[in-house]
Design a binder for this molecule. Structure first.
Ligand code: ADP
Length: 499
């Protein structure tokens, strides 16, 4: 009898669910948008009950469209927006405040205070993370500070806190499972990168009682059973943060294997083996613990990848749609020395400068919009090389090829330029849904639908390989121009005369 796997993908802008058969074919699907709440500039929140209700609905929709019953489902796998955190009442399940979303800046002051208190180095040493409002710890601290009586109630054991995977699994297992996995834990700024458990010294500094926090399990643990409200209990066989799920879905199981996602933002994840690596400008996290082995990863985030295309489309109105960029950029052989550095909100990995601002430089009388559009496409490629250079320059990591995904990789010119500028093959797989597939394939592995990681590697199929065709001299020359342009944008807002 065919076995099916249910995928649960709790994203930032939408929640989705897939049903696949054991050959990996999608047989059912459901999706709903999530409401983004912006209570003040820079704040982003989600209603946790909407996330739960929408997720359950899309799971039912996926099962309906697959025409399978829960009894046909061998396992469920979960992947989720990382870092986003909430606090809820143990006795009623009521959230005491909205979930604070990863991108929200409302907890910046909490982190600034921790750094001023002198625990910045300790945080980095224990968690690998440079203290930032991005990670969950400051979000939990903020909620405990802003909801009357919350700290006392947390200390009396009346409140629970967690990331979205934990919230969903607690609710969907009839409040049986209060769990998370190592990949999600590694993005909270509370988990010790070595012990893979909550760090008691950090929790004491944060004033977050350990009793509020879930048990951290391997990513392929039996995390609980989806309640019988589905008609039959379905074992949850995987839990992975979204980027780690993407790395797993790209079958990057060996050290040096990596994936680059070209979405609105860009994310590079590199499997770096069984020991955490520290590389300046990039972030060490846990990829996963699977079959008793922990794979660490190195991660780099680019604030603006496809975002630059949106800017050309919506603000400059140089293109009608993002995919048009490929045709326009292909009308010229080069940018003729024009560079676009998309530091709209500062430079992200690996150079990190919040004061930088975007620039287009090298414009001459001969510059046309074709050159600007090409420069925008090229910026995606150069930014990726910045991260690859940072990762490989110390010799700790070697990257023989780049596996790519995300909405922008349909752009063949982008993929070819990426191969040319890096000097390594760029590999575009057939399946563009690496994230939810990562979670589903791992759930299948942990419940015996699949026998081994090798079997999963065999299911990952190449659509097209882009081989580098540019000379290294030419590629390095173009890249040197980018580096010079990028350096010019640094510190821009800091150095401006006060108006
Ligand atoms: P998200 O990160 O929002 O999930 P997607 O992975 O769906 O994004 O990718 C959408 C992003 O990719 C948008 O920012 C869009 O501008 C960009 N994009 C989409 N198609 C292309 C293309 N053919 N060439 C360049 N950029 C593209």
């Amino acid at each position: 009898m065919t076995k099916y796997i249910l995928g649960i993908d709790s994203g930032t802008t939408s929640v989705r669910s897939f049903v696949i058969d054991e050959a990996g074919a999608v047989v059912g699907f459901g999706q709903q948008e999530l409401t983004q709440h912006y209570p003040r500039p820079g704040w982003i929140e989600h209603d946790p009950k909407q996330i739960l209700a929408a997720q359950l609905e899309v799971m039912r929709a996926a099962l309906r469209s697959a025409e399978v019953t829960p009894a046909d489902i061998a396992a469920a796998g979960i992947t989720n927006q990382r870092e986003t955190a909430l606090v809820w009442e143990k006795s009623t399940g009521e959230p005491i405040y909205n979930a604070i979303v990863w991108a929200s800046r409302q907890t910046t002051e909490v982190v600034e205070k921790w750094v001023a208190d002198g625990i910045g180095d300790l945080i980095e040493e224990r968690t690998g993370l440079i203290p930032d409002a991005y990670y969950s710890a400051s979000k939990i601290r903020w909620i405990l500070d802003h909801v009357a009586g919350a700290q006392g109630r947390a200390e009396r054991g009346e409140l629970l806190a967690g990331t979205i995977d934990t919230w969903l699994m607690w609710n969907m297992t009839g409040r049986e499972s209060f769990v998370t996995d190592v990949s999600n834990g590694s993005r909270t700024m509370m988990m010790n990168l070595k012990t893979l458990d909550w760090d008691d010294e950090l929790l004491a500094h944060y004033g977050i009682p350990r009793s509020m926090l879930a048990t951290i399990l391997p990513s392929d643990a039996h995390l609980g059973d989806l309640e019988a409200s589905f008609g039959a209990p379905i074992p949850i066989g995987s839990d992975l943060g979204d980027q780690q799920a993407g790395l797993f879905g790209q079958a990057a199981f060996e050290p040096g294997q990596c994936k680059m996602t070209y979405g609105t933002a860009g994310v590079l994840n590199i499997n770096c083996g069984t020991e955490p690596q520290r590389i300046a400008g990039l972030t060490p996290s846990v990829g996963w613990t699977v079959q008793g082995t922990t794979a660490y990863e190195i991660e780099g985030v680019l604030f603006a990848q496809g975002k630059t295309m949106q800017w050309l489309r919506d603000d400059l109105q140089l293109i009608h749609a993002a995919p048009d960029s490929e045709w326009y950029a292909g009308q010229v052989q080069s940018t003729d020395g024009v560079y676009l550095v998309p530091a709209f909100t500062g430079l992200s990995a690996p150079t990190w400068d919040p004061y930088a601002r975007a620039a287009i430089i090298g414009i001459s009388n001969a510059t046309t919009r074709l050159h600007i559009i090409r420069a925008a496409v090229e910026s995606m490629v150069y930014q990726t090389r910045d991260m690859v250079e940072a990762a490989t320059s110390g010799g700790q990591v070697a990257i023989p090829e780049l596996r790519v995904d995300g909405g922008a990789v349909k752009n063949n010119l982008l993929c070819q330029l990426q191969a040319d500028i890096l000097g390594i093959p760029v590999i575009r797989p057939k399946n563009h849904e690496a994230t939810i597939f990562g979670a589903m394939l791992l759930a299948g592995l942990s419940t015996g639908v699949y026998g081994s990681l090798e079997e999963l590697s065999g299911m990952w199929a190449v659509e097209r390989v882009f081989e580098p065709s540019m000379s290294r001299d030419e590629a390095d020359g173009l890249y040197a121009g980018w580096v010079a342009a990028r350096e010019l944008t640094k510190g821009w807002t800091k150095n401006l005369p006060q108006r």
